[in-house]
Design a protein around this ligand. Structure first.
Ligand code: MN
Length: 245
């Protein structure tokens, strides 16, 4: 291993200092982090930053989307840059094919592709008024979990029981069968080739500003901002084989 020269170290420190010294506008006025050339990009939020106030404050929404999610996208693009064979794979296929990802970038791809997919799904299923689903999704919940209250309780128990950072998901199979699962870090059922109906992020960055250590309060409130129309669309898409992430 070569020792970096004093000049190189100083250069790196100066570059960092320049970055940090850059004038900072108020959070709400900042553009998204600079995007590399792709192939992946940060999706727009399908609603205003304050649309999920019943569960999530706008500052958390903004930091979570513009900073955390954007970092996963940027890191993913950087990890894929020199690997043409996997660079243009659709996200869900990349996650289901991690064994084909070169070993030197496999962990980075796993973490950041997972983060990108999980957060893209997470924004989609919120922005609603909560309540309960109707139609075939309601029937599936009643079939697989007895009733909606039991479904919600079991999901929250799973989410609250995750040690450290991770996600609770509801997966959906081609027959419409539902299952509650958890994954650590940014892992996702997509890695097993399964489809995600909905999921909640229980990393502390998802709730700490408002809730601090009270994760159970966050997971309880989260149901008040779910968009059941959108989730029902995902349910239909999954059964038709059209759901991606
Ligand atoms: Mn997150």
């Amino acid at each position: 291993m070569t020792t970096p020269t004093r000049r190189a170290l100083f250069g790196a420190a100066a570059a960092l200092a320049t970055t940090w010294a850059a004038p900072r506008s108020p959070l709400a006025q900042q553009p998204p982090q600079q995007q590399p050339s792709g192939p992946h990009s940060l999706p727009d939020l399908p609603y205003a930053l304050d649309a999920n106030q019943a569960a999530i404050d706008p500052t958390t929404m903004e930091i979570h989307w513009r900073r955390h999610h954007a970092s996963y996208v940027q890191n993913l693009n950087e990890a894929l840059r020199d690997h043409a064979a996997i660079r243009d794979m659709p996200l869900e296929r990349l996650l289901a094919s991690l064994d084909q990802v070169p070993e030197q970038v496999r962990t980075r791809v796993r973490n950041n592709a997972g983060g990108h997919a999980n957060h893209s799904m997470f924004w989609q299923v919120m922005g609603g008024q909560g309540g309960e689903p109707g139609g075939e999704l309601a029937q599936a919940i009643n079939r697989d979990f007895s009733n909606f209250a039991t479904f919600r309780n079991r999901f929250n128990q799973a989410a609250n029981g995750i040690f450290g950072s991770g996600w609770a998901f509801v997966t959906v199979n081609r027959d419409g069968g539902l299952e509650i699962v958890t994954r650590p870090n940014q892992d996702t059922p997509l890695m097993d080739g399964n489809r995600v109906l909905m999921g909640n992020d229980v990393w502390e960055h998802a709730y700490y500003l408002r809730y601090q250590n009270r994760r159970a309060e966050y997971t309880a409130n989260w149901w008040n901002v779910l968009n059941w129309d959108r989730i029902a669309e995902r349910y239909d898409a999954a059964r038709a084989g059209r759901l991606t992430i």
